[in-house]
Structures are given as structure tokens and as C-alpha cells.
Design a protein around this ligand. Structure first.
Ligand code: 13P
Ligand code: SF4
Length: 328
């Protein structure tokens, strides 16, 4: 079925978003990888953990989620009584796609003495098959609470899992998924850029492959990279993550220069997330006007997935004691 674009001529879309936000008692949440105009319209911009916390805490009746599907699903799992809309329901994620639930289930069953520590970038079904969810900002804190003799499956991002395994010297069985955006950075082009800016540090997201992360002065989540940007001594930072985060850096530190790390041809748009880019201001307006497309999750599946997410929220604030996790 071909969906015709709505005719919005003559409509002041931004004024309508303001009106609908109040009328519907809606909160607009946006990830740092969203287009700047969506970040500017949002009530809150954050990383995956911060957005999950906001979704769990909000007393708004509607959550308009400017992000990708697994993020809006997470909001619905944590806030089932709210209406959760995603401006474009096709906003997926290569990591989620890499990990079909039936294959993940078979992998778990083949390793019954392992727990599944799973990156939040996965489907609700995979969350339901997992023991603890992590985000890039909570993964280190959570991993350190898991006993050293506990065997671990980490999925679906093999680069984040590999980074954690190297940093904490822990063996983990890694699911072979990757983020197509972070996979696209070029080591050769990064080194050429560093040669042009020898005093500029490099900040990289742990979804980047080792040949990028190994050159980084700082490795962390989007919010971590944003904090790091505020502390750099010089005037320039090279940023190896989705480049829309640079908008928040420019707002917070307008006198510094932020350069997005290059892709293979040195000058491509291949590190703009094509899924995040599906959302725009017009679709946000329509989602608030029509309260659609909505995220809906069957209650038994939601409750199963909530267990691993609740564990993440508890462990991310260090409230679960060591040794709390056992193999399934
Ligand atoms: P964080 O914002 O949690 O660092 O996640 C990055 C990401 O790839 C989201 O899709
Ligand atoms: Fe998924 Fe990568 Fe896009 Fe994040 S940036 S939503 S991990 S494809």
C-alpha cells in the first residue's frame, strides 16, 4: 500500500505541535541522533538510558518518541498506560534486525549456563528472552555487578560487547550484530583527519569497531561524549558517532569546533542513521494530531520484557547487590 504524504500546506506545523502538546498532555522525547529541529522541539533530549528513565517517570498522558522503534517500545513497556506514538513506525535499527528472537532463543538454549546481558537496541521479544538490559551508559556499571565466574552472552552489538570484554578482561559470547552507522567510519580517513588537527582529541561511541575505538581519547555513550566535549582543553573535538549529536555540543559549547569522523570516501553521509532520519517535524505533528502510529505490545510479552528492563534501571543506579544474578 502506498501512503500518500499529507497535504500540510497552510498549516503552521510548529504552532500546531505547541497546541497539541498542551491539549493532549503530551511529552516529546528525542534522542541525540534526531534532526536538530526535532531536538529543539523536544521537552527532553537524551541518551537511551535517560530517555527510558523519562518514559518511566513522566506523568504526561502521551509520549511522542522522536527516536527509533526499540526506544518507543521501551517507553511503552515501562509506561503501559500512556499512549506512545512514534512519528515513523519504520524507524528500526540494524542491531535489532540482526537478532531475530527465534535465533536468539536457540542460542540461549545452546548455552544454558550463561546469562544474557543484552543491549537495549533489540526487539521486545529479545528483551523478554534476556536477563538484564544495558545501554551504552549503564553497561560498565552493570557488568561490574555480575560475579566474575558467571558466564555471559552479550548481544546484539559485538563491538560494544567486545569493548566491554577487553576493558574488563571478561570472556563473553558475542552475538554478531553491528550498527551500520558506526561500522561505516574509516580508520584511514580518521587518521588523515587527526593529522590535520593533531591537537584535537577523538571521542568515539563503543558501537564503533576496534580500529576506530583504539584511536579514541574518550569512549562512551552519547551523553558521555557530550559531557566529555565540555571538558576538552583545546578548541576542537573529533566526534566518532552519529553526527546529529553535534547540535547539542554547539548549543552547549558554541566557541568550540566539532568535526564528525569521516566515512570511507572521507566525505559521505553514511554515518547519518537512516532509521533515525525517517522522523521529521511534519510526521511529529501528524502523530500528535492523530495519536498514530501508536506502539502497542501484548501484555504477557510486555511483562516478560519489563523484568530485564527493570533490572537495568535498578542496577544502573547500583541498587542490586553483587551475586544477585544467577543463570536461567
Ligand atoms: P546511547 O544514546 O545510549 O549512547 O545509544 C546510541 C545509539 O546508537 C542509539 O541507537
Ligand atoms: Fe541502530 Fe545504529 Fe541507528 Fe542507533 S545509530 S538506531 S544503533 S542503526
Amino acid at each position: 500500500m502506498t501512503v500518500m504524504p499529507a497535504d500540510l500546506s497552510g498549516i503552521d506545523v510548529r504552532a500546531e505541535i505547541e497546541r497539541l502538546r498542551k491539549e493532549r498532555n503530551a511529552v516529546i522525547l528525542a534522542h541525540y541522533y534526531q534532526k536538530p529541529e526535532l531536538q529543539d522541539l523536544a521537552d527532553f533530549v537524551g541518551d537511551s538510558l535517560e530517555l527510558s528513565r523519562k518514559a518511566a517517570e513522566t506523568d504526561a498522558e502521551v509520549i511522542a518518541f522522536c527516536g527509533v522503534k526499540f526506544m518507543a517500545d521501551t517507553a511503552k513497556i515501562l509506561s503501559p498506560n500512556k499512549i506512545v506514538v512514534l512519528p515513523d513506525l519504520n524507524a528500526g535499527c540494524s542491531l535489532e534486525d540482526s537478532c531475530p528472537p527465534e535465533k536468539f532463543k536457540a542460542f540461549r538454549e545452546a548455552h544454558p549456563d550463561h546469562i544474557a546481558l543484552t543491549y537495549i537496541n533489540c526487539s521486545t521479544e529479545v528483551k523478554a528472552l534476556s536477563d538484564v538490559i544495558v545501554t551504552s551508559s549503564s553497561a560498565e556499571t552493570i557488568l561490574q555487578q555480575i560475579p566474575l565466574d558467571q558466564k555471559i552472552i552479550f548481544g546484539p552489538d559485538r563491538h560494544l560487547g567486545g569493548y566491554l570484554a577487553r576493558k574488563f578482561n571478561r570472556e563473553m559470547l558475542l552475538w554478531p550484530g553491528v550498527c551500520i552507522v558506526h561500522e561505516a567510519f574509516s580508520e584511514t580517513e580518521l587518521l588523515k583527519l587527526r593529522a590535520q588537527h593533531p591537537n584535537a582529541p577523538i571521542a568515539a561511541h563503543p558501537e564503533c569497531p576496534p580500529h576506530i575505538v583504539d584511536h579514541a581519547d574518550y569512549v562512551g555513550s552519547t551523553s558521555g561524549i557530550l559531557q566529555y566535549a565540555k571538558t576538552i582543553p583545546g578548541d576542537t573535538l573529533i566526534v566518532a558517532t552519529e553526527p546529529h549529536i553535534i547540535h547539542q555540543m554547539q548549543l552547549a559549547i558554541p566557541d568550540k569546533t566539532f568535526i564528525g569522523a569521516p566515512g570511507a570516501d572521507g566525505n559521505c553521509n553514511c554515518n547519518i542513521c537512516p532509521y533515525m532520519a525517517l522522523n521529521n517535524v511534519e510526521k511529529l505533528y501528524l502523530s500528535l494530531r492523530d495519536l498514530s502510529p501508536r506502539v502497542e505490545i501484548e501484555e504477557p510479552l510486555r511483562l516478560a520484557a519489563k523484568k530485564s528492563l527493570d533490572r537495568m534501571l535498578e542496577m544502573a543506579s547500583g541498587t542490586v547487590g553483587k551475586g544477585d544474578l544467577g543463570a536461567r
